[in-house]
Write a protein that binds this ligand. Structure first.
Ligand SMILES: *Cc1c(COP(=O)(O)O)cnc(C)c1O
Length: 358
């Protein structure tokens, strides 16, 4: 830290992204990326946009917003485009939390919520997940602040049906409820259509996972026009060109190819079922996932030990030190071949572990 760093940030603990090591080739199952390339339409649109990179991008993100709006039967005024959904979350923390309005989120959820709360020195309250890691909407009745719910949740993979999201919205009419739907395309039903009914609902989504565009950084928030105008005010006050021209074009291209997205998501869901069954056969306890990852633990081997054993064999998964979940690993669902490699390697690790421990 330099002597010039603002005292306001000296204690800040930044978000730690999943490791991206370069020391050897790994089977990467640690950051929930898609194993499939982006749509051909996305790539062609980005290549065309590259020819016009001397120009600023459209600050209104018109075409991409119109396509997102059309997908959900809402209007472009209900949508704001962001540099990844992390930026949409960033704006939401800035816009809707403050003194007297804490951020309210689960004790086990996306780690960035806590980082944003610290960054803006916001009061926050963590609501413990139930013993089985589920979210009980009753725990969010009169939350007394802005609610952030990842649905499905990360890293558990557990999902709340729209009627449960409704219950949380109705129990908090005085506060914004932000629903982070990074994984909604892997079997869930989006809450976006509910924005017509609930003025306090903000839904955040990303192109990083189901649309294979993690490297492009495209996300969006959907909500009532007034909420979106608030976010636009912050966007124009920080960077009106937050989403670059190639990414905007790629996003619009991807939305012309929804059949491709849906087919990839179906494949991931099939591979998830295959992986879950294979893990259970090996003795793992696996949470019921509605995402492109599974969260699993084994009764005989610790979470960190398993993570290290896999890494030594060239497979990366995500382990969290946090006490409540330290027995688990979060494993991204990849291709069927990736999953077969993983299952075979896990079998070898468990075999060795058993021989060593008698
Ligand atoms: C991946 C993820 C995000 C962020 O995605 P971006 O790449 O920034 O769009 C947000 N929330 C959750 C729960 C995620 O898993």
């Amino acid at each position: 830290m330099s002597i010039y760093f603002s005292p306001a940030f000296r204690d800040l603990v930044p978000y730690v992204p999943g490791e991206q090591p370069r020391d050897r080739a790994y089977l990467k199952l640690n950051t929930n990326e898609s194993p499939f390339p982006p749509s051909q339409k996305a790539r062609e649109a980005a290549a065309l946009a590259a020819e016009r990179l001397m120009l600023y991008p459209d600050p209104e993100c018109t075409e991409t917003r119109e396509r997102i709006a059309a997908l959900y039967g809402i209007r472009k005024e209900n949508v704001v485009c962001t540099n990844g959904s992390d930026e949409a979350l960033n704006f939401a923390f800035m816009a809707f939390c403050g003194p007297g309005t804490p951020a309210v989120f689960a004790d086990i959820t996306y780690g960035f919520y806590r980082v944003f709360a610290d960054l803006y020195r916001l009061p926050f309250r963590e609501v413990p997940l139930r013993e089985d890691f589920s979210i009980d909407p009753a725990d969010y009745a009169d939350a007394g602040g802005t609610v952030f719910i990842a649905n499905p949740n990360a890293p558990t993979g557990l999902y709340l049906t729209p009627d449960r999201i409704r219950a949380i919205l109705e129990a908090n009419p005085e506060h914004v409820v932000v629903v982070d739907e990074a994984y909604i395309d892997f079997g869930g039903t989006s809450a976006v259509p509910l924005i017509r009914e609930y003025k306090n609902l903000l839904v955040v989504q990303t192109f990083s996972k189901s649309r294979s565009m993690a490297g492009a950084r495209l996300g969006f928030a959907a909500g009532d026009e007034a909420l979106i105008r608030d976010l636009q005010t912050l966007r124009y006050s920080t960077n009106p060109y937050n989403v670059n021209a190639m990414t905007l074009a790629a996003g619009a291209g991807a939305l012309e190819d929804e059949a491709y997205t849906r087919s990839n998501c179906r494949t991931i869901m099939e591979n998830r079922a295959f992986l879950t069954e294979a893990l259970e056969k090996l003795g793992f306890a696996v949470l019921d996932s509605m995402t492109n990852f599974v969260f699993a633990k084994h009764p005989e081997i610790g979470g960190e030990e398993l993570y290290l054993a896999l890494k030594a064999r060239g497979i990366l998964v995500r382990h969290f030190q946090k006490e409540r979940i330290s027995a688990y690993n979060r494993i991204t669902v990849g291709t069927r071949a990736d999953m077969e490699t993983l299952v075979q390697t896990l079998g070898e690790i468990l075999g060795q572990h058993r021989r060593r421990n008698g």
